[in-house]
Write a protein that binds this ligand. Structure first.
Ligand SMILES: Nc1ncnc2c1ncn2[C@@H]1O[C@H](COP(=O)(O)OP(=O)(O)OP(=O)(O)O)[C@@H](O)[C@H]1O
Ligand SMILES: O=C(O)C(=O)C[C@H](O)[C@H](O)CO
Length: 316
């Protein structure tokens, strides 16, 4: 399959150090090393569901960057990433103080990906994509990454490529007012918009998810999806309002569920599927992501999807 049938996404991924047990670092020092980043998670999710995916970024000339590129190769994601020998790959640390909470800390200031600029973009790949997916994390990394996202979106729109935006507000990176101001113009340029209710309220004043969806659609996106965790999603797609329940699962770790949901939705969009099917695959992928530690390791392939309906937990 060519990139023309696939997703292109841009963003930072980090090495992910996660506690292997609950209890906090002071008591349990076992850790697991992986990689994660919202856009990388989406690229892996799309690829697992069967569509081509390209991930554009920068990594450090270090073991973490090497690990990231290896993982992406193993997943079949096409990585277009400059290796920067002056800056490190960013790091994210995920601690589980108890079974109820996950605490995430970033060590990403001055990272290779925060030096991303418009010069890192292979514009012809964006022009040939089926969907360009960006998130509100990248503009928060600095003026270089913000200008790269803007150019990517402008390029996609000029080429008639569908633009997808996940608001993905990260309070450790910027204030709500800065995020609202910077992301509103991007929302207006998006065809598909994903946001949680708290994130949507950065852009519009409404408090009710259905009202938010209508107000966001007035800004431009024909497809607005409000992700609501265990409550599923509210969407306004081509003028039609839907409530899609989540699929109940035994939750291990919800971080990355939103990216899985986006991957499910966008894969079906690229397949030409209708809104009901896009949302069904989105909630299924979101549920899968909740069942495993790690941001993307638990993401499903097509063959995995029916397992959510299975009644027996052990298959022999
Ligand atoms: N506890 C859960 N049980 C079942 N499905 C869930 C659960 N949490 C999330 N999901 C599924 O995943 C989707 C996205 O989750 P959520 O709304 O938490 O996204 P998010 O806040 O963007 O996540 P993140 O930024 O951590 O990736 C939900 O709409 C739902 O379909
Ligand atoms: O928060 C970020 O910047 C990340 O990209 C890290 C995680 O992988 C992401 O939050 C999961 O959606």
């Amino acid at each position: 399959m060519s990139a023309a049938s696939g997703l292109v996404t841009i963003g930072e991924a980090m090495a992910l150090v996660a506690a292997a047990q609950t209890g906090g670092w002071a008591h349990h020092r076992d850790l697991e090393l992986s990689v994660a980043g919202a856009e990388l998670n989406v690229a892996v999710g799309v690829r697992r569901l069967g569509r081509p995916a390209t991930w554009i970024s920068r990594v450090g000339a270090d073991g973490f960057g090497e690990l990231m590129l290896r993982e992406l190769r193993a997943e079949g994601v096409d990585a277009v990433a400059a290796v920067d020998d002056t800056r490190p790959t960013g790091l994210m640390v995920k601690e589980r103080p108890n079974s109820l909470h996950t605490r995430v800390r970033y060590y990403r200031a001055g990272s290779a990906a925060s030096a991303l600029t418009a010069f890192d973009l292979p514009l012809e790949r964006i022009q040939r994509a089926a969907v360009l997916h960006v998130t509100g994390i990248t503009p928060a990394l600095g003026p270089g990454p913000a200008s790269a996202v803007q150019l990517a979106v402008d390029t996609a729109r000029a080429a008639g490529v569908t633009v997808s935006l996940d608001v993905n507000y990260r309070s450790a990176l910027w204030s709500r007012s800065d995020a609202g101001e910077s992301l509103t113009p991007l929302v207006k340029q998006a065809d598909v918009l994903f946001a949680g209710p708290e994130e949507a309220s950065l852009i519009v004043p409404e408090a009710d998810p259905e009202d938010m969806a209508y107000r966001l659609a007035e800004l431009g996106p024909q497809q607005v999806v409000i992700k609501m965790g265990a409550d599923g999603a509210v969407s306004l797609i081509d003028g039609e309002l839907r409530r899609t329940p989540a699929i109940p699962v035994q939750v291990v770790d919800t971080v990355g569920a939103g990216d899985a949901f986006v991957a499910g939705y966008l894969t079906e969009l690229m397949e030409g599927a209708g809104a009901d099917r896009r949302l069904a695959t989105a909630v299924a992928a979101g549920a899968f992501a909740c069942t495993a530690l790690g941001d993307w390791e638990g993401l499903p392939t097509r063959a995995d999807l029916p397992a959510l309906q299975a009644t027996e937990a052990v298959h022999r």
